[in-house]
Each structure stands twice: as C-alpha cells, then as structure tokens.
Design a protein around this ligand. Structure first.
Ligand code: ADP
Ligand code: GLC
Length: 481
C-alpha cells in the first residue's frame, strides 16, 4: 500500500469556486484503493456550507511560526466515500465570504501558513505519505518547505512531491522582501533559479523548481505553457523541466454528473432516450427563467467564471449581432463587473433571448447542462475545462476554441465523415467564433438527424476518471520507484 497526500485550497463537496474543486473532490476516489491510500488536506473555511462543516470532527491542535509569529493550527477530519480529509483550522486566515480575498499579501501569508501547517500535521495524524501531490500556487511552498526544513527530520526524509498546474496564470507573486519575511526562507531560496522571479517572490515557481514531478491537466496545455504566449512568464522553467512535465487530462465525477440519476434536473434521461426526454428539461428551464417556451429554438448555455480567460471579450464584441439570430442564451456565472453588467444589459435589451443569472448555483448549472442544445466556451486559454465535459455528458454539444483541454476533448464535427462531438474554431477572433456558432445553428436547424447523431457520439465519449486516474497511478509508481 502506498500513501499519497493531496494538498489543495478547495475540494468538492466541502468548498468549490471552480474546476480545481471538482478534480480534488473526484480524483482521490478513483485512485485504486487496493494499492494507494490517498488522503486530502484542505483549509477549514468558515464559509463552508453548514451541512459539510457538521461532518468535521476535531482531532488536535498546535502552533506553527509564520511571518515571525506563532499561529494556531487546529486539525479536523472527515471521511467522505472512503477518503480521509483533514482540515486546517485557523479563523484568522480562513474566515471571510469565500476562500480567496483580494489582498495579495494576506493571501500569500494565508497559503504559506497553510503549506507549513499541512506538512506539520502529518506526524500528528500519523500518516506518512510517500508522495505529496500539490495543486496550484496555493500549495507551491510545500515542495520548498519539504526540501528546506522538513526533510531534515526522520519522518519526512524521502517524501516526494508533485506540483499540478490547474491554472498557470495565478502564481502568488509579491515583492521579494515581503515574500521572504512571510515565508521565513533563507536568502539561498531567493535567486532567479528558485523563488525569485523578475525581482519578485513567486510561490508557484518555488513549487515548479522543487517538486520532483510536474503535471498539468491536458496534453495540449502541457505543450502550450512551454511557449511565450501561454507560458505566463514561467515558460523558461517549464521548458527546463520538460522531462518531468506531463499532461494528464481531467475526468468528471460520473456519479455526480449523470443525466440518468441527477437529482437537480427535472427530467432524467440517458444515451438511449435523450431524443424524447432531454427536451423536457429545456421546456422546464424556459419556464423557470421566463424565456418563451419553444422546443424548436436553439438554446446555448454558458456556465462560467466571467473572466477574460473564458473568452468573454469575444462574446461582448458580438453579442448584439448574436442576438439577431433565432437563439436563446442562458448564462450562469459571476466574475468581472463588466461581464456581469454586459449580460444584465443584454438580458434587459433582449428578454426573449437572454437569461442572465449572475450568481452561483450548483442546481441551475446542472439544469443548464441538461437543457441546452449547445454550450459555448470560447476561452483564450483553458488548462482543461470541465464544463465542456459536463456538456458532452449531458448530450449538449460544445462550441469551443481549440486551446488546451478544449482542443483535446471536443472533436470538431466533420460532415463528410460523420464524426465529431462539437464545433470548434482556431483563432482568438470574434468573427471566427460567430462563424462557428452560425455553422452549429445551421446543423441544428437544417440537419437535425446529424445533430442527434452527434449527441449519440458525445454521450458515448468516456470522460470518466478511469483512464486518467491510471496515468496518475503510473506517475506515483514511477516516483516511488
Ligand atoms: P475553471 O476551473 O477555470 O473555472 P472548469 O470548466 O474547469 O473552469 O470548472 C468550472 C466549474 O465551476 C464547473 O464545475 C462549473 O459547472 C462550475 N461553475 C462555474 N461557475 C458557476 C456558477 N456560477 N454556478 C455554479 N457552478 C459554476
Ligand atoms: C483550472 C482551469 C480549468 C481546469 C481546472 C481543473 O481552474 O482554469 O481549465 O479544468 O483548473 O483542473
């Protein structure tokens, strides 16, 4: 039996702001329990839903030093579907309306504390991992602290670490002196080949330099981040470490995302009866959102963080024009003010065409995946993307830009060969996106049989964790040796 520890800043069902939580919540369940004991460490945020917080049991407490003072570390535990979760309790850092705040220095201190605490609890919970699997910049200091201090002790000696990049854009960067003071790391660590980055301190870079292996969440993104355009100023180190970098595409939790059993949707369906049953969800959603109830109109869904990454400037450029077509667009998302307001404005201007739902709702998200005919994700960059996988699973055809995981998971329609599970365009250009949407409309309205055959293929595609979990296991075995 091999021990593996996940450390992350969010995980379903406890706390979620995006796809990272979906991955951290699902992957440990799908790693083969006969050979691996995978446990997870998360922060104990006070904003956690009460029903989840009630599952947590207190274990112990102690103090760690961070930013030149001692901080309380409480340890809580919960077991969810056979996986042990440990929670770091400290209300100075983990209270607030959501997991993350806008004060970068505070965020850096919060997650530096989290990294140190996550390493420090291991002897207390009596779990010695052979591998610590870290996710995104919030855990970037773990490989660093492991090398710098913990591995000096018997308990930690030989523990390997993996850094998984879910989004290279976020790195945890602030001026070097402040980062050095907060982390308490010696000068040795603040040179350009380690945590120093263009004169600043960079936590993710620390993880990328000191981890024993690096992964990211699709093959295409693993290649893209070695280029200047997608590399977010870290392509140098990623190129240097390209032998240790692999892309493993994300899967979906098929227990949660299953149109046949999903409790959130009004009418369950499957790959066999979707031709009759899926449409009932569309009718119900049109009613719920006060859109005209019309079986025939093509409904495009969007469930997303409303940020530049997701391609909303392309949409803003052409939304007026898109609204001239015979379409309904249902949006669920929160994010940058200008995009929230854009959708509110267009929903006011075209109440029969656009439904803008500017909030977070698990239930509505599932209803949109089930009800829409197509699902739009025109991202500027996309490490993997889970929403297009959810759409495929619900027989809703993705319209995507060919980047990162979108490129790897959506096969473009080819009408000569009768292949494909969605529609895609190559360049980050609003008119290319528009042409792609219009092409999808044409197939939807004029070639319904072809459209339905695409749904057959989309729903037959396998994006469960089965295959990808094996790739992670192979990597664990390779590291353990
Ligand atoms: P990212 O992690 O970059 O935001 P992903 O596609 O990997 O993108 O994952 C996004 C996840 O967050 C999906 O599970 C999606 O359904 C969910 N999501 C995004 N916005 C909302 C929202 N407003 N309400 C409910 N779920 C949302
Ligand atoms: C990030 C990426 C997204 C990916 C998710 C889970 O949030 O933006 O593309 O699917 O992490 O890996």
């Amino acid at each position: 039996m091999h021990n593996v520890l996940f450390v992350a800043s969010e995980g379903v069902p406890f706390i979620k702001t995006g796809g990272l939580a979906d991955v951290v919540g699902a992957l440990p369940k799908y790693i083969d329990k006969r050979y691996y004991d995978v446990r997870v460490v998360l922060p104990k945020y006070t904003c956690m839903k009460k029903e989840e917080a009630d599952k947590l049991k207190y274990l112990s407490n102690f103090y760690v030093n961070i930013n030149n003072h001692d901080e309380y570390v409480g340890i809580f535990e919960a077991v969810e579907e056979g996986v042990h979760y440990y929670f770091i309790d400290n209300e100075h850092y983990f209270s607030g309306y959501g997991p993350y705040g806008n004060d970068v220095v505070f965020e850096i201190e919060k997650f530096a504390f989290f990294c140190k605490a996550a390493l420090s609890i291991l002897p207390v919970i009596d779990f010695r991992p052979e591998i610590i699997h870290c996710h995104d910049w919030q855990t970037g200091l773990i490989p660093v602290y492991l090398k710098e201090r913990f591995q000096g002790g018997e308990f930690y000696r030989g523990i390997k670490s993996i850094m998984t990049i879910h989004n290279l854009k976020f790195q945890g960067v602030w001026d070097l002196k402040t980062v050095q003071r907060i982390t308490g790391l010696p000068d040795y660590y603040f040179t350009p080949d380690k945590l120093e980055h263009y004169k600043d301190g960079n936590l993710l870079k620390g993880g990328l330099v000191f981890a024993d292996a690096i992964t990211t969440v699709s093959k295409s993104y693993a290649e893209e981040i070695k280029t200047e355009f997608y590399g977010e100023n870290l392509y140098g180190i990623l190129r240097a470490r390209s032998n240790d970098l692999r892309g493993i595409v994300n899967g979906l939790d098929y227990d949660i995302f299953n149109p046949e059993t999903d409790k959130y949707i009004t009418d369950n369906y499957n790959a066999i009866n979707f031709r009759k049953e899926k449409i009932k969800n569309k009718r119900a959603l049109q009613k719920q959102l006060n859109l005209p109830v019309d079986d025939k109109v093509m409904m495009i869904g969007i469930v997303s963080r409303l940020t530049d990454q997701k391609g909303f400037d392309l949409i803003s450029y052409l939304l007026d024009e898109i609204c001239q077509d015979h379409l309904q667009i249902v949006v669920l998302g929160t994010g940058e003010d200008r995009y929230e307001n854009m959708f509110r404005h267009f929903a006011w201007k075209y109440p029969d065409k656009i439904s803008a739902n500017i909030y977070y709702s698990e239930e509505l998200s599932h209803r949109i995946y089930a009800s829409s005919d197509a699902f739009l994700v025109p991202s500027l960059f996309e490490p993997c993307g889970l929403s297009q996988l959810m759409a495929l699973r619900y027989g809703t055809l993705p319209i995507v830009r060919e980047t990162g995981g979108l490129k790897d998971t959506v096969e473009p329609y080819n009408r000569f060969e009768n292949t494909g599970t969605g529609f895609s365009f190559a360049n980050y250009n609003a008119h290319e996106m528009m042409a792609c949407i219009r092409y999808a409309e044409q197939i939807y309205y004029d070639k319904k049989r072809e459209w339905n055959k695409m749904i057959d293929r989309a729903m037959a595609a396998d994006f469960s964790w089965k295959e990808s979990a094996k790739h992670y296991q192979d990597m664990y075995d390779w590291l353990i040796g």
